[in-house]
Design a protein around this ligand. Sequence first.
Ligand code: ZN
Length: 451
Amino acid sequence: MFKKIGAVALSTGLVLSAVSVPVFADKPESPGKGKGNGYGGKKIDNIIYMIPDGFSGDYASNYRVYKGEDAVWDEHLKGMFTTNSANADVTDSAAAGTAMASGVKTNNGVIGLDPEGNELTTILDASEEAGKSSGLVATSTITHATPASFATNVESRNNQTEIARQYISGEVDVLLGGGQNMFLPETEGGNQEELNLIEEAQESGFTYTETRDELLDSTDIDVEEGEKLLGLFAEEALSPELHRDQTVEPSLAEMTEVSIEVLEQDKDGFFLMVEGSQIDWAGHANDAAWAMSDVAAFEDAVEAAIDFAEQDGKTLVIVAGDHDTGGMTTGSGAYAGLNADILNQVTATGDFIATQLNEDRSNTKEIVEEYTNLTITEDEVQSIQDASDAVLAINRVVSDHAGIGWTSTNHTGADIPVYAYGPQSEKFVGFYDNTDLPKIMANALRVNLKN
Ligand SMILES: [Zn+2]
């Protein structure tokens, strides 16, 4: 059933993102009846766990202004949760990912191990054990902390080459994202000492793709026959959505659609994790335009997941950030307006704009105005010219115009909203801890987390 829908959605992926119609606005929710409205104990076969890294309630508020209407997830809000790690009030993405995958808190920087170093099983492992297929999708390197937390066990998140090795010898059926260098040997410009993991993957049943077109042609992978799919579309991370070369890199929505189309062939169901990885990086840079445009790309992926879940009727879609990044505020002055919609006119990240400044930054006004479509004041020009960090200064000026404040260039301990759609989604109603998320999922999916 989804195949037809998938094919249509793929060929119109760009149109979908431009139109942005809320998917279920016209669908009445009728308690006790109908599929996927979150009521009753209806059986589920599949989970799609969507993680916008760094996304908190203020990202949701500003995004609504940016978009000009509700986001797809707004009407599916269910609860909020706490994010502290085992050894810190403010978590990093490794400890957060481990908690959200395994239900156990660990120390910052650690992946898939408890604070004593014991290996943890995850909701992905439990799904595999129940005979389901599984997939991981990210816009960072696929070996980055959040996806790695679902399928690997390493003491340090920085050990991305070990994470790549564990992936290729492991159970995950679909791996899509950036990070070719983590799989290639040094002789080919990669970071592996000697192994060529892309070749090894192909020998052990993976089809390898590295362009958007190749990916869109790979939906005939037969997971029931042990075939797998590895897609690495950049040497390092994928591009921010603002700079994505659409002829080479698939969108997050396209990667999500292909993953679903491949995984849903498993009669026992599937578990898929999709990360909007760079919302967090935008938050670290206080880059509001990068943040909002990557949230938009993530929303397209959520729409694809909910479209499938609506058709399938046995799929639970969960949207939950892993922590806040940047301490974003909605409003940045004394009752100043919320103007995040102006960020639609920004065509480049602060990182990129800064590279266009000349040595003495005398072209600041013309360059910043060219890429932001804003008119900036002499004081703002001066603040960028005088700054030790031009990127941050540019991003602060743009954020001021958008009515977006920032309190940090790191993570914060803010509570995070969770959204859920599908049968048993009412199980996510309430206030709880990040470790509760995979436990609720395991209960809904009737698999055993073990930890
Ligand atoms: Zn971060």
